[in-house]
Write a protein that binds this ligand. Structure first.
Ligand SMILES: [Zn+2]
Length: 368
């Protein structure tokens, strides 16, 4: 069972995933076991199956004060070569805001995603979109890159390779993505962006510090990537100083996925909390989410941050970006949006129309 964090008023997990609408109840049990007050659901879109935003909207409808939703972009127009039509990306910003979403999730910077959608972030395809998100002050949580070792066949962990995350020269290179992001941030300096998984800079804290200085509206989340914690353990004092020095820019997150057992899912929360709150030296456990590898792979050393820093990391900074309470859902719009997403899925795949997450969510929302 997760321990409550001493003296922190709320724990908001800024990075979680609801895979399937059938996991709704289970997700709440995970949340309880993880000791979390509110969760932000990263609703990455799979346009061909209508999955992502619909199940998250339904969850928000059921528990309006428990869940934030960061909606993913729908690239159906590009992916179907025009067979299916999604609104422009800039229009999608407005749609997500009108629905009552709390931000945008981008997975487009993960190398496997980038291979499916091989469009640079500083190209025209994204220009109006980033401009609109900045204009409307709508936060983005963005996954850019992956751990360094995923590009190195000698060093990539087995569990990562099994997921197809070994990157050869047919994949985008790490520095190419960083360069594109720099360009986006230079053009839109007011954009509020949380970079997932510490922006994969945990092995180079001086570089992470320079990035924060150059881009004052950026944040990193702590969702493992277990390699982050092994990197932090190499010099716990330097890590602690970094967290103290950038205490307003780091957010608690776990990447909990709803299809895991309660024990495996909440093990993620336990690792991140123990790292932040204690001076313990520890490893992952056999019961840990297998995506975090095995206990022999590394040692984690806690950095025991003071209470006022923990309060920022666990809730205040995220609430500063997304609000102290989740935005209210517009149920009527949510129904029509789910129906629209279901229509796109039907045009792009052979999934039976009534079996898409979008169609199931629309039906459930209509009954509420
Ligand atoms: Zn994630």
């Amino acid at each position: 069972m997760a321990q409550a964090v001493s003296g922190v008023e709320r724990i908001v997990d800024c990075h979680t995933h609801l895979r399937d609408i059938a996991h709704t109840e289970h997700f709440l049990e995970i949340m309880k076991a993880a000791g979390t007050t509110r969760m932000s659901v990263m609703a990455t879109m799979r346009p061909e199956s209508g999955s992502g935003i619909p199940q998250a909207l339904y969850l928000k409808a059921l528990h309006p004060d428990k869940f934030y939703v960061f909606g993913g972009l729908n690239h159906a127009t590009y992916l179907s070569q025009g067979k299916a039509q999604a609104p422009t990306l800039a229009e999608q910003v407005d749609i997500l805001m009108n629905l009552g979403c709390d931000g945008i999730k981008m997975i487009e910077g993960k190398p496997t995603s980038r291979k499916r959608l091989p469009i640079p972030f500083d190209s025209d395809y994204y220009a109006d979109y980033f401009a609109r998100a900045q204009e409307r002050d709508f936060p983005i949580l963005w996954h850019v890159n992956d751990p360094e070792e995923f590009w190195d066949p000698q060093k990539i962990p087995t569990w990562a390779k099994e997921h197809g995350w070994g990157y050869d020269e047919t994949f985008v290179q790490k520095e190419t993505l960083y360069r594109e992001v720099e360009e986006v941030l230079n053009r839109h300096p007011e954009l509020k962006i949380i970079f997932a998984h510490f922006y994969f800079l945990s092995a180079d804290l001086p570089r992470a510090g320079r990035f924060f200085e150059n881009h004052p509206n950026t944040y990193f989340d702590l969702a493992p990537g277990i390699e982050m914690y092994y990197n932090f353990a190499k010099d716990p004092e330097a890590s602690r100083n970094f967290f103290q020095g950038h205490q307003d820019r780091i957010l608690y997150g776990t990447d909990i996925i709803s299809d895991r057992t309660i024990e495996k899912a909440s093990s993620r929360a336990e690792i991140v909390k123990r790292f932040l709150e204690t001076r313990d030296t520890f490893t992952t456990q056999p019961k840990t989410d297998p995506l975090l590898g095995s206990p022999e792979e590394g040692i984690i050393r806690g950095i025991a941050l003071p209470h006022e820093v923990l309060a920022k990391i666990f809730c205040q900074s995220f609430e500063g970006l997304a609000g102290q309470h989740p935005r209210p859902l517009n149920i009527e719009l949510a129904i029509s949006e789910c129906e629209r997403i279901a229509g796109i899925a039907n045009q792009m795949s052979d999934v039976a129309p009534e079996e898409t997450q979008a169609a199931i969510a629309a039906k459930k929302l209509r009954k509420m």
